[in-house]
Design a protein around this ligand. Structure first.
Ligand code: FMN
Ligand code: SF4
Length: 464
């Protein structure tokens, strides 16, 4: 059993209090940093640790923090991305519920590194319990002089607020997220923009994922070599959280050495396939990654190795499909989500995704043609030219379907029906006799799944 760091306090059916956290060495990293290290030394430790961002892109955290110019103006912001709307991903929520101070300490250390003044935890609205828990624990930390003015008696001051998202997937993208916090339309900002220089209210801003930040206290307290040594592969960075869902016997979120293989995750930790089911493919990091078929099961699941194989680790959320599942129908399902969540800013995504949806619908219903398949490929390939990473992410499972499961796609066309009989079971199949579930009291003809949303809070100036 490898050492647990992020999930050390999981499974107690309650979160760890500030006192318990401190009794177990919590905030020792912060004390060490603010009393014995310079901000540049903290940045260097995070850089040397090789810690890569766990939000999906795998960008080195130390490099991001080092990108804030020393002479840049204040206030400087640290944003914690707790949006977690990538389908299949449920790791950040567990950290917050088990060990909220791990995240809070990580944010304070990040702020110390960049000379940050204000912190924002941006959290999805369905995580209301977690938002309330964080608010209470932030208050506890403030009362203990771990947040607020003159932290631990030094001249370093920093505070955190919790900001609820309006609830769209695109608000997880860092540029959109900053616009959402500022109360303007949350579309991604044009490429070439560096928020470490000009982010929230034109001030330096660092955005990091919950899991990324929660790794920082251990790095500062125990050192770079300890962190590197946790990994299963040379050059790997610590442990990684792998949430697993789909057709496995034991779906759960596992903290494992970074770089274990997909086979180990599925067949050792998640208990293998459900009885009577055979493995067909898995998405390695949420629905914005490509299908990995059986022959790729032994590739180490870390950012660098997957990249070498032209794959992406994404959030590390493994979604497992069995041989009885139609991957055309499964991909169509994902495209409904992506088409609905596009922010509509650029053409390849706004107009491409409805076309992808239409083409997949035709193929799945048995009315598709070989030309539709060619158009499908051209359309998803064009998504590389979109303005943000949303569209290439949406394209990933479609490309995996076409690259590895073309036989299955063509079978729909030659037999003029779904070989799995999936189509009739889908609520959007156009079968008027299908039972479509909407929310109670919904107007007739409402879109299934769409629910009235709380009005987003609009903040027009910095609240802290
Ligand atoms: C459409 C889209 C949604 C995203 N959603 C999230 C999210 O929910 N949480 C997250 O941490 N990063 C998300 N990201 C990645 C962020 O843009 C950003 O890279 C990340 O928060 C940076 O933190 P990290 O370096 O610690 O990974 C998303 C990116 C895209 C394109
Ligand atoms: S790729 Fe999609 S989500 Fe991103 S800017 Fe373009 S339309 Fe918006």
């Amino acid at each position: 059993m490898s050492e647990l760091v992020l999930f050390k306090n999981r499974g107690k059916r309650r979160h760890i209090s500030l006192d318990e956290y401190r009794a177990d060495g919590g905030y020792a990293g912060l004390e060490k940093a603010v009393k014995t290290m310079t901000p540049a030394e903290v940045t260097k430790a995070v850089l040397d640790s090789g810690l890569k961002g766990r939000g999906g892109a795998g960008f080195p955290a130390g490099r991001k923090w080092g990108g804030v110019p020393a002479d840049s103006p204040h206030p400087r912001y640290v944003v914690c991305n707790a949006d977690e709307m990538e389908p299949g991903t449920f790791k950040d929520r567990i950290i917050i519920n088990a060990d909220p101070h791990l995240l809070i300490e990580g944010m304070i250390l990040s702020a110390y590194s960049i000379g940050g003044d204000k912190g924002v935890i941006f959290i999805r609205p369905s995580y209301e319990m977690e938002a309330e828990l964080l608010t209470i624990e932030i208050e506890e930390a403030r009362a203990a002089n771990l947040l607020g003015n003159n932290i631990l008696g030094t001249d370093f001051s920093f505070d955190i607020i919790v900001h609820r998202s309006g609830g769209r997937y695109i608000c997880g993208e860092s540029g959109s997220q900053q616009r959402a916090i500022m109360g303007v339309r949350p579309n991604p900002i044009e490429t070439g923009y560096r928020s470490a220089v000009r982010g929230l209210w034109d001030r330096p801003t660092i955005v990091n994922n919950v899991e990324t930040l929660s790794n920082v206290p251990g790095i500062i307290r125990n050192g770079v070599e300890w962190f590197k040594g946790l990994s299963a592969v040379v050059g790997g960075d610590g442990n990684k959280l792998y949430p697993v869902s789909g057709m496995v016997a034991n779906p759960d979120c596992f903290e494992l050495p970074c770089g274990v293989t997909l086979r180990q995750i599925i067949f050792e930790h998640a208990g293998g396939m459900l009885p009577g089911k055979t493995f067909k493919a898995a998405l390695p990091g949420g629905t914005s990654t490509t299908f990995m078929p059986e022959h790729l099961l032994d590739i180490p699941m870390d950012f660098d190795t997957l990249k070498k194989h032209n794959l992406r680790l994404g959030t590390g959320a493994v979604i497992v499909f069995d041989k009885d599942t139609c991957l055309v129908a499964a991909t169509l399902n994902m495209m409904h989500y992506f088409a609905r969540e596009s922010c509509g800013w650029c053409t390849p995504c706004r107009d491409g995704l409805p076309l992808v949806l239409d083409l997949l619908e035709r193929i799945e219903s048995g009315t598709g043609t070989p030309e539709d398949v060619a158009t499908l490929r051209r359309t998803v390939e064009a998504m590389e030219y979109a303005n943000c990473a949303f569209a290439p992410g949406a394209a990933a499972p479609v490309l995996g379907l076409l690259d590895y499961f073309m036989d299955e796609v063509m079978e729909h066309i030659t037999s003029k029906a779904c070989p799995f009989g999936s189509h009739a079971a889908l609520p959007w199949s156009g079968d008027s006799s299908a039972v479509i579930t909407t929310w109670p009291g919904a107007p007739e003809g409402s879109c299934p799944g769409a629910r009235p949303r709380p009005k987003p809070r609009r903040i027009v100036s910095c609240p802290i």
